[in-house]
Design a protein around this ligand. Structure first.
Ligand code: SIN
Length: 533
């Protein structure tokens, strides 16, 4: 079996992984692995932008307050302050790497700042309506230009290799079993520092704005290694994804509402004043999503509409070129027609529990970006705080790694007896795999969605458990088939989400349970899950 040794192993090629790689390259050799192509990340799909306080009238305290208000009582003060106050420095770094944020046409010495739900001030930097794609491109270009960064596509991380010579709390990670999907072999990559930057898990749900890669891989790796996972019940649903049979949940950015877009019910009437009379369309996402869900249930309609036609057509085309062109391909001219929209699973607020430095329970295993639960988002993430969180925590991790790496590098790796992994063949028809994929996603959408009940959650729990048992019996081990490997991860993620949802007997943020419609002081804490409690 091929064994590769490096200084830093990063799993995932979105903003968290690549920005960390660009920092760590100054300390040693970095390998970044990604299971598909470098660009296949949620970062590439991000439209809205990055929140950052840049002007005096918009000071840090207001961004801190907005983040905590959206987070509904579960944000960690220290983390919110750190992220908000570090934003200008991290944005400057992005600009130095080559990202060109839009400028204010009336005053080109300033950036154009936009608004999204839950923000009391305009503070969102953006590149048109394709901010994430612009950032991803710059990060990839910089990584490709560095001799110290090795980028390996089509490499899927299967299992963490732990140093079991110590007790659980002091445990160390030494490497990862990696499936090389194109080379059809398993490799071991050993490194003193490993960072999980694998993104979210939207594919657990039938409808999602996420890319196909969002199958919770990093969370599954960490959980299976005994690392603590937190707040999995808080899955955020984006209020507005394009409703069209061929659109595959194309996101309609919240920035459209930030620029004045109005939501209309299936009868063509505005409705947000009934649910949040002051903030209306710009209420935090959980509130807008539940309002749409309610309007759809009451009317029996299939979608609501987002209307921006009152803005000048030229402005719409210039400000939202990507959304304009994509909708036009589906026969919708957003300058003259309201956009049919529905909510879809968008962002996992929970994940691998990590500290101020991005460290997990295992001190040399880091988790950064959507796969982590830092305490920034609490029960509901504020719009445009996710790219920012990834940047801030890749920097925090870099600072900690700089401190611990010199000692770790000198330490002899005490490897356990490594198993020679067998790559298995799928014996049965692939319909068994695709059926379970569909089943999990439908169960989660129908019973663990925007509005939940205990009965629904119990129903989902039993079914997901059955699927997990079946997976254990039939597909344990390593298969040279991404669908099988990902199926195991979405099945585990579904179980963790339902388990956490059952543990939180209250409604808070994105977790809304009809049997417990109020917040309770008793639950002003994280929901923690661990494989080996
Ligand atoms: C959007 O553009 O609406 C998404 C922004 C985000 O998820 O923060």
């Amino acid at each position: 079996m091929e064994i590769i040794k490096t200084d830093f192993l990063i799993i995932g090629s979105g903003i968290a992984g690549l920005s960390l790689a660009l920092k760590l390259k100054t300390l040693g050799e970095v390998i970044v692995i990604t299971k598909k192509r470098l660009f296949d990340t949620a970062t590439s799909l991000a439209q809205g932008g990055i929140a950052c306080v840049l002007s005096e009238e918009n000071h840090f305290d207001l961004h801190i307050e907005d983040t905590k208000l959206a987070g509904d009582g579960l944000c960690k003060d220290e983390i919110v302050k750190l992220v908000v106050k570090s934003a200008p420095a991290r944005i400057k770094e992005l600009i130095d790497w080559g990202v060109s944020f839009d400028r204010d046409p009336e005053n080109p010495s300033r950036f154009h700042l936009t608004l999204e739900g839950g923000h009391s001030r305009k503070r969102i930097l953006h590149v048109g309506d394709y901010t994430g794609r612009a950032i991803e491109r710059v990060l990839i270009e910089n990584c490709l230009a560095s001799e110290n960064i090795i980028l390996l596509e089509h490499h899927f991380a299967v299992e963490l290799i732990l140093d079991r010579g110590c007790d659980a709390d002091a445990c160390k990670v030494d490497g990862v079993y990696v499936l090389d999907l194109e080379g059809s072999k398993v490799k071991i990559i050993l490194a003193p520092i490993i960072a999980l930057c694998t993104g979210g898990a939207g594919k657990v749900y039938l409808y999602t704005s996420n890319p196909d890669t969002a199958t919770g891989d990093g969370i599954a790796l960490a959980y299976n290694a005994g690392v603590t996972i937190a707040n999995m019940e808080f899955f955020q649903f984006h209020p507005t994804c394009l409703y069209h049979p061929k659109a595959k949940n194309f996101l309609i950015s919240e920035a459209i509402r930030g620029e004045g877009g109005i939501l209309l019910n299936p009868e063509g009437k505005p409705f947000m004043h009934k649910y949040d009379p002051v903030r209306r369309e710009l209420a935090p996402r959980d509130i807008v999503t539940r309002a749409i869900d309610m309007e759809l249930k009451q009317s029996g309609g299939e979608c609501v509409y987002l209307d921006i036609t009152h803005l000048p057509s030229d402005y719409i085309k210039k400000r939202f070129p990507y959304i304009y062109e994509t909708c036009l391909k589906f026969g919708i001219d957003i300058t003259t027609q309201p956009i049919p929209v529905v909510p879809a699973a968008h962002y996992l607020c929970g994940g691998i529990k990590s500290n101020l430095w991005g460290q997990t329970d295992i001190f040399n295993l880091f988790a950064i970006g959507e796969c982590a639960c830092t305490g920034l988002h609490g029960a509901n993430r504020l719009a445009s705080n996710s790219l920012l969180e990834a940047l801030v925590f890749s920097h925090q991790a870099y600072l900690k790694i700089k401190e611990i790496f010199p000692t770790l590098k000198k330490e002899k790796i005490n490897l356990p007896k490594l198993k020679e992994p067998e790559i298995k063949e799928i014996k049965e028809e692939k319909i068994f795999i695709s059926h379970n994929w569909d089943l999990i996603r439908k169960i989660m959408w129908d019973f663990v969605g925007i509005v939940r009940t205990t009965k629904m959650l119990n129903f989902a729990y039993k079914r997901i458990n059955l699927i997990n048992q079946e997976i254990e019996e039939n597909w344990s081990g390593i298969y040279l088939d991404l669908d099988v490997m990902e199926l195991k991860n979405i099945a585990l993620l579904a179980e963790l989400i339902v388990k956490s949802a059952l543990l939180r007997r209250e409604s808070r943020g994105t977790h809304y349970v009809l049997d417990f419609p109020f917040k309770s002081k008793e639950y002003e804490r994280d929901t923690l899950l661990k494989k080996f409690p």
